[in-house]
Every structure is written in structure tokens, then in C-alpha cells.
Design a protein around this ligand. Structure first.
Ligand SMILES: Nc1ncnc2c1ncn2[C@@H]1O[C@H](COP(=O)(O)OP(=O)(O)OP(=O)(O)O)[C@@H](O)[C@H]1O
Ligand SMILES: [Mg+2]
Length: 519
């Protein structure tokens, strides 16, 4: 078969259509994967296959100003060893000037460094080298270089144009890759920063208080934080149970894993199981796709079951199994899911009464109550009240841009004599309201809500009979003694200089829940 001359119209047509199909393959290779290196490698293979490139490589400019080989084809040595500085060799010059360079005869070019083809003997055939810049926003970020067999009649302008188009497709891919990487880095940075903020926010030190009961609570928290033990946090509404749960998590080895909360009271019975355990597609009407439950979402971290006392009996059975075996099934699935999750539960309910009434399973209670932490009500730690008042005043004056300096003595007296049924939350709300109402630098009694305006403040102290006052005092003394002895009645009796029999009688008489004090 006679070889067609390059200027022959049929040959020109064949070459152009080969170039077009190459460009198509190149763009497919670059858009087919998010792995830039393998996409570039594929591009160089396409060039070798359709255009007979002997060697080819893509170099990219690094942060340190060096050019590294990102992908190569047909090289005689490891591409990792090849480095260029800007302005060095042909490739360095192309990147520096952002202009293509053509070397028709490599053997005659002194600037040709030949790092990619270090062979003792000179190549048998003459090669041409074409190097085009990879441009992003008109600045070179690298270069595409190809070695071709020397042909006297090669149209170098057309070749440069063609490899320039390939290089611009490569530039697009590099640009996208960099945008993705930047986004990823931004998200990671943001994530680390948020985690740090969370850690600080939920540090032990963010829980204000230095009274005896709170110090005892800190001690228990630090004992249990480092372990995987299930914790039951008890205490009235608004005492800070959720804060305690957070602090335990963020001071545990699981701190960098998720903390997932489930408000058992807020979820209707029909939803709680699917929330906890997740479901498979089609498990029930409306289950259009598979959904992970909170147990799975908390993998490696902590699951906080708030208001556990409100959970229904059937869910209690399932929960018991997870606690015992650390495994469960998603709704509508037979596949068993294993989880590594630390459980923290909280309740303001009297669990012993719930067990007696048959609304809470005793076996589940024992599984949850491995280590219990009691968060004392505010009225039992009035010593902390001033600290909390200062803390909240500062917090809210800052938040609402007020310059409140102090709180008047009568206002403090009102806060001190109130019984705080809503505990710290109620105090927090009270002070936010006071800060909003206050138009001077001092918070006064009249900035406090009506519920606090009774008693001493308004001079309407309720009269109490002597026997009631004595009974109240006696009850307080017994509770204090039980607290000190962590619920040990014999020791408490000794502390109060009485007998265990008398103490037991009084505990019953005043309906004191002695178990509450057992740690
Ligand atoms: N010791 C404390 N120091 C600072 N802020 C506190 C403290 N205790 C509670 N708080 C604040 O009081 C509010 C109520 O706390 P938290 O939600 O933890 O209470 P809770 O016991 O979970 O209440 P509930 O039983 O009603 O859910 C929160 O805004 C919390 O920031
Ligand atoms: Mg809570």
C-alpha cells in the first residue's frame, strides 16, 4: 500500500478526525473520575495510542515553586525523581513564560535537560519535543510535554494548537480538583474549630457551682467520664442534666465522635423505635428509603437518652437488648447491626415509683443505673446562686449589649429566698428578663418577675407553725446526713446521735427517698 503524503487531502482529513476523537476521549477521561492522577494518566495513554507520543508527562507547580510530575507515560525512570525549578529546562521555561515551546530536533537543543530520558547512549531516532502550558486564569500552573518522532514535514503550529486544547481540558480538571480540595480543607478546618468550641462550651468549668453537692457531682463526673459505663443522670427539671451529659461526653475518649441526643418525651410512641433503630426501605408506609437510627449515628460516640422515664414498655424491651448485647435490627430488617455506643440517660422522674407502678421495667432500670449522678436542685445549693447570678448577668448583658454592672442587695435577697421550682433554667430565664427590662447599670427588685415579689420583698411572709418549722428543719438535717453518708442509714443515725430505728421511722414519716443518695 502506498503511503499517503501528509499534505494529501484524505490524509489531512483522517488526521483531523483522529484529533477530534482524541479530544472526545480526553474529555471523557477527565470527567469520568474525581481522581486527577488516574484521569491524567488515561489522557497520556490516549495520546500515545492515537498520536504516537514516545514519552509524555504532565507537571504541576507545587507550593514550594518546584514542578513535580503528576502523571507520565513511557518514561525510562521513576517520575517521582523528576523535579524542575521555574525557568529550568524547557518545561521550567514554558511554565515561567506561560508560552508553548517547540523543539523540532531534541539532539540539537542545549536547553533540553532530558531528565525524563537519562540513557547512556543517545536515542537512535531523532525526537521532537512539544511543551504547552496548563493555564488557569491565564497563569501557568504546570505543563504538558510530549516527545514525538521527528518528521521533517510536521506542521508544528497545528500540533501546538492541538496539544494546547488537550492542556486546556487538563487545566479545567485541575481547577475543579483544587476547588474540591479547598472546599474539603475549609470544611475540615471548620469542623475542627467547631469541635474545639463545643469542647470548651461543655467543659466541666462551664458548669457553674462550688457548693458541696456540686463538688461531689464533679467528682462523680470525672470518675465516670473516662470509662464506657452507662450513666443515669437524675435530678429535677432545669437542674442541668443535659449539661452534665455533654460534659461527660466531651471529657471522654469519645469526645471526637458524635454526641447524639434523643428526647424520648418529645417523640410519640409510634416514632421512637424508628428514630432509635432506623428502618429499611418499605418497612412501613412512607418508608421510602433506608434510614439510619440514632444508635447508628452515634457510632463510636455517645447516645444521650433524655427523659428516659417517658419511654414506652415495648421500646424498653428493645432498649434492654441493645444494652445487654450491643446489637439490634433496623425496623423491617432481619440483619443484625452491632454498635459501639456509650449510653447516657437522664430523667427527672421518680424511677422507683415508675417501677412500682409497672410503667418502667426493673431489669432495664438496673442496666441503666450502673452509675448514677444526682444533680441537686438549686434550692439545696443556694451557695451557688450568687455565682450563677453573676454568670448569667454577664452572659445576657453581653448578649443584649447592655452595660449592667451589678445587682442590688434587695434583689439578691429576693433571689435567695425564692424556692426555684424550675431550678437553674428558671433562674436563667429570670435574669434574662431582668437584663432586658433593666435600663440602668443596676438590676433592681422590680426587674424581677411577680412570682419573686412575694414573701420578704412584699412584707407578706407566710406564718408557719412551730411544729411545721421544726419538722422541716428535722427533714433537712436527715437529708444532709444521708447525703454525707451516701445513703447509709446506720452511719447517718450515728452522725445525728440517734438510733437507726428512729432514723428509719423519720425517713418514712417525711417520705425521704434515701436511695437517691446512694452513689
Ligand atoms: N451549673 C450550671 N451552670 C451554668 N448553667 C447551667 C447550670 N445548670 C444548668 N444551666 C443552664 O440551665 C439550663 C437548663 O439546663 P439543662 O437543659 O441541662 O437542664 P435539664 O436538667 O436537662 O432540664 P430538663 O429536665 O428540663 O430537661 C440550660 O440553659 C443550662 O445552660
Ligand atoms: Mg434536659
Amino acid at each position: 500500500m502506498a503511503k499517503s503524503r501528509p499534505s494529501d487531502p484524505a490524509a489531512v482529513h483522517a488526521r483531523e478526525s483522529r484529533r477530534l476523537s482524541t479530544l472526545l476521549e480526553v474529555s471523557q477521561a477527565l470527567s469520568g473520575t474525581l481522581n486527577l492522577r488516574s484521569a491524567l494518566h488515561r489522557v497520556l495513554e490516549v495520546l500515545a495510542k492515537h498520536h504516537g507520543t514516545v514519552r509524555s508527562m504532565v507537571t504541576l507547580l507545587q507550593d514550594n515553586g518546584e514542578l513535580h510530575v503528576e502523571a507520565s507515560d513511557g518514561l525510562d525512570q521513576s517520575p517521582h525523581a523528576i523535579r524542575y525549578r521555574l525557568g529550568e529546562g524547557i518545561i521550567g521555561k514554558v511554565v515561567e513564560s506561560s508560552k508553548p515551546i517547540v523543539v523540532p530536533r531534541v539532539s540539537r537543543e542545549p536547553a533540553f535537560l532530558s531528565r525524563a530520558a537519562k540513557r547512556p547512549e543517545l536515542p537512535k531516532e531523532e525526537l521532537s519535543f512539544i511543551c504547552v502550558p496548563i493555564l488557569i486564569n491565564r497563569r501557568a500552573v504546570g505543563a504538558l510535554g510530549v516527545d514525538l518522532k521527528f518528521k521533517a514535514d510536521r506542521n508544528y503550529d497545528r500540533s501546538v494548537q492541538f496539544y494546547g486544547i488537550v492542556a486546556s481540558a487538563v487545566a479545567q480538571a485541575v481547577k475543579i480538583q483544587r476547588l474540591i480540595e479547598e472546599d474539603k480543607r475549609k470544611l475540615l478546618d471548620e469542623n475542627t474549630q467547631l469541635r474545639q468550641e463545643l469542647k470548651e462550651r461543655y467543659d466541666f468549668s462551664s458548669i457553674i457551682g462550688s457548693s458541696g453537692p456540686v463538688r461531689q457531682m464533679y467528682e462523680q463526673m470525672s470518675q465516670v467520664a473516662a470509662t464506657n459505663t452507662t450513666v443515669l443522670i437524675r435530678g429535677e427539671s432545669g437542674t442541668g442534666k443535659e449539661m452534665v451529659a455533654h460534659a461527660i461526653h466531651y471529657n471522654s475518649p469519645r469526645a471526637n465522635k458524635p454526641f447524639v441526643k434523643v428526647s424520648c418525651a418529645a417523640l410519640p410512641d409510634s416514632l421512637i423505635e424508628s428514630e432509635l433503630f432506623g428502618y429499611e426501605k418499605g418497612a412501613f408506609t412512607g418508608a421510602e428509603s433506608r434510614k439510619k437510627g440514632r444508635f447508628e449515628l452515634a457510632e463510636g460516640g455517645t447516645l444521650f437518652l433524655d427523659e428516659i422515664g417517658d419511654i414506652n414498655l415495648t421500646t424498653q424491651v428493645k432498649l434492654l437488648r441493645v444494652l445487654q448485647e450491643r446489637e439490634f435490627e433496623r425496623l423491617g430488617s432481619t440483619e443484625t447491626v452491632k454498635v459501639n455506643v456509650r449510653l447516657i440517660a437522664a430523667t427527672h422522674k421518680d424511677m422507683e415509683r415508675a417501677i412500682a407502678a409497672g410503667t418502667f421495667r426493673e431489669d432495664l432500670y438496673y442496666r441503666l443505673n450502673v452509675f448514677s449522678i444526682f444533680v441537686p436542685p438549686l434550692r439545696e445549693r443556694k451557695a451557688d446562686l450568687l455565682l450563677l447570678v453573676d454568670h448569667f448577668l454577664e452572659k445576657f448583658s453581653h448578649e443584649h449589649k447592655k452595660s449592667i454592672k451589678r445587682i442590688s442587695t434587695p434583689a439578691i435577697d429576693m433571689l435567695m429566698s425564692y424556692h426555684w421550682p424550675g431550678n437553674v433554667r428558671e433562674l436563667e430565664n429570670t435574669l434574662e428578663r431582668a437584663v432586658l427590662m433593666c435600663d440602668s447599670q443596676v438590676v433592681h427588685g422590680h426587674h424581677l418577675p411577680p412570682s419573686l415579689q412575694t414573701a420578704e420583698a412584699s412584707g407578706t411572709v407566710t406564718r408557719v407553725s412551730l411544729s411545721d418549722a421544726v419538722a422541716g428543719f428535722e427533714k433537712d438535717l436527715i437529708q444532709d446526713a444521708l447525703k454525707t453518708t451516701r445513703g447509709n442509714r446506720a452511719k447517718a443515725a450515728r452522725l445525728l446521735d440517734t438510733t437507726e430505728r428512729v432514723l428509719n421511722y423519720k425517713v418514712r414519716k417525711y417520705a425521704i427517698d434515701a436511695r437517691r443518695f446512694t452513689a
